[in-house]
Design a protein around this ligand. Structure first.
Ligand code: GLN
Length: 535
């Protein structure tokens, strides 16, 4: 689209507080630029010293998002994919651990022979390599730096993006900084001082912002924005209000309305294209038309942070909106079911059992799966939710009371879900990481299955993140008793989807379909589930 194929860069930083929506902002900027016809990549630069998000605690950090190429990433990548309807790669998620590790590798290989290895220039150059590599071939590359400005852990990233401006040319770079304006109850005022200080901190690190996004939960006046523009030394059009919205999917159109698309195009010398009409608007219209609300139970275990199941909740919402309905997600603690029984499940139109690790709460989930199966209530199992469905079926239909997963009881003789023999070797060698099946795998659907009807194709590809698998020794017993192996790996070795054909909707997948659902293109399995809930 550009006259000269030069990638343009937009770097997003944030200040004042964490959690003010930098990820949504970066994703929304990606959305509006893509909608103007440009190819866009988005990348998260995370200051944590972890190598990736795989081992982060979901209660603290929310969902681990998985890309097609098997990277375990920060949940912001989920926002990026949903807002740009684009599958990203491992290049889009960089944590400090990866940067350090690459520098250490170089050092051992003798690449810095004779030199002292330093944060500047070695670490910063490595960051720039990762950014440049990810940006290759795109019209626009957006990189979001995690954390807030001034964080000790992020300085190498800030320094790296500062230097990049000279390397790729001033005219090809914009810096966006997000700030927050708090409201002070005592004086009944919105306060811009923290925002001003945050900009000053950015300036002190050598970065002059080109865009200031101003998050606020209460109404602000033009004067507030002016004040920020003045202190940040930018034109008033560079200051974009970001009011609290009930639905994040309204942010892109708000940004367009405030002129950000034109402003970025002008500043980066992009041939300004008129935003196109697209599926996004249809989705927004559907949301507006959604009046009725349907209750769906999410039987979970990490309940202190709703972000843990972010892709699942967004996939559910999208599927129901496509039917012009709202979904009310009822959060149910599976341990509560263990204590008090299925009473809390009464009145639900559907039940979802999402992914999870470890055996805590799994008995409650098994009870919930039984309740859904016996009462003909739509059931959608996602990864662990599929394993639970299989265990429940074994215990209560096949009458194998001791059936379980190797994850819950290593010594059990009735592991209907288990570690495959070829994986066991890695486990024995303490190479725990290598036992995980990660990323996209192909799957062939049985043409008689519900899944096949929903996908409208017999060959699909979906993302995985698990260790345990359906135990092939028991295939015959399951199918004879009425569980259909609706999806298999192309070599027929792995069971990827199970269904109960007799049931209104009982579909459970070993993969995570939620990762590939988009607000404007809801996932077929979620759509099927939502339709069944509406019946
Ligand atoms: N704990 C299960 C496994 O490792 C399921 C994982 C998941 O739900 N993502 O196989």
């Amino acid at each position: 689209m550009l006259r000269k194929k030069q990638t343009k860069f937009i770097f997003v930083t944030g200040g004042v507080l964490s959690g003010i929506g930098k990820g949504i902002f970066a994703a929304s900027v990606g959305n509006i630029l893509k909608n103007r016809g440009f190819s866009v990549n988005i990348q998260k630069l995370d200051p944590y010293l972890n190598f990736d998000a795989g081992t982060l605690n979901p209660n603290e950090h929310g969902e681990v998002f998985v890309t097609d190429d098997g990277a375990e990433t920060d949940l912001d990548l989920g926002h990026y994919e949903r807002f740009t309807n684009q599958s990203l790669t491992k290049r889009s998620s960089i944590m400090s651990g990866q940067i350090y590790s690459a520098v250490f590798d170089d050092e051992r290989k003798g690449k810095y022979l004779g030199k002292t290895v330093q944060v500047i220039p070695h670490l910063t150059e490595k960051i720039q390599d990762f950014v440049m590599e990810a940006s290759k071939g795109f019209d626009i590359h957006i990189a979001e730096v995690g954390g807030t400005i001034g964080d000790m852990e992020a300085v190498h990233f800030i320094e790296a993006i500062r230097q990049l401006k000279r390397k790729v040319g001033e005219e090809n770079v914009m810096y966006a900084h997000l700030v927050y304006i708090p409201y002070l109850e005592a004086s009944k005022e919105m306060k811009t001082k923290p925002a001003q200080s945050s900009v000053r901190e950015l300036l002190a690190l050598g970065i002059h912002p080109d865009i200031i996004g101003v998050r606020h939960d209460r109404a602000i006046e033009k004067g507030h924005l002016k004040k920020i523009a003045l202190s940040a030394d930018v034109n008033p059009e560079a200051v974009v209000p970001l009011p609290f919205v009930k639905r994040v999917y309204d942010v892109p159109s708000n940004l367009e309305k405030s002129g950000l698309g034109d402003y970025i195009s002008k500043n980066l010398g992009l041939r300004s294209l008129r935003p196109k009409k697209n599926g996004w608007e249809k989705m927004q219209q559907n949301i507006k038309n959604s009046k009725e609300t349907i209750k769906v139970g999410l039987i979970a275990k990490y309940l202190s942070n709703e972000d843990t199941y972010k892709s699942v909740t967004e996939a559910l919402k999208a599927a129901f909106w496509a039917n012009q309905k709202n979904v009310k997600i009822v959060w149910i603690d599976s341990e509560e079911i263990e204590k008090t029984g299925t009473k809390i499940l009464d009145g639900l139109c559907g039940i979802v059992i999402p992914g999870g690790f470890g055996d805590r709460g799994t008995e409650g989930k098994i009870i919930a799966a039984k309740y859904a199966r016996e009462n003909n209530i739509p059931y959608l199992g996602l990864c662990l939710g599929m394993q639970i469905a299989v265990i429940e079926f074994a215990r209560n239909v096949l009458a194998w009371p001791s059936a379980t997963s190797g994850e819950f009881d290593q010594n059990s003789k009735k592991q209907v879900i288990h570690i495959m023999p070829e994986q066991r070797k890695n486990m024995a060698e303490d190479n725990y990481g290598a036992t995980m099946r990660l990323g996209a795998y192909p799957c062939i659907l049985d043409k008689k299955s519900k899944s096949y009807k929903l996908y409208g194709a017999d060959k699909i590809s979906e993302r995985h993140r698990h260790r345990y698998e359906f135990n092939n020794d028991y295939r015959e017993e399951f199918t004879e008793a009425g569980m259909m192996l609706a999806g298999l790996s192309p070599d027929h070795h792995l069971v990827e989807i199970v269904e109960i054909p007799e049931h209104k909707f009982f579909v459970a997948s070993q993969f995570h379909p939620e990762y590939k659902s988009r607000p404007d293109y809801p996932h077929p399995l979620f759509v099927g589930f939502s339709k069944a809930c509406l019946e």
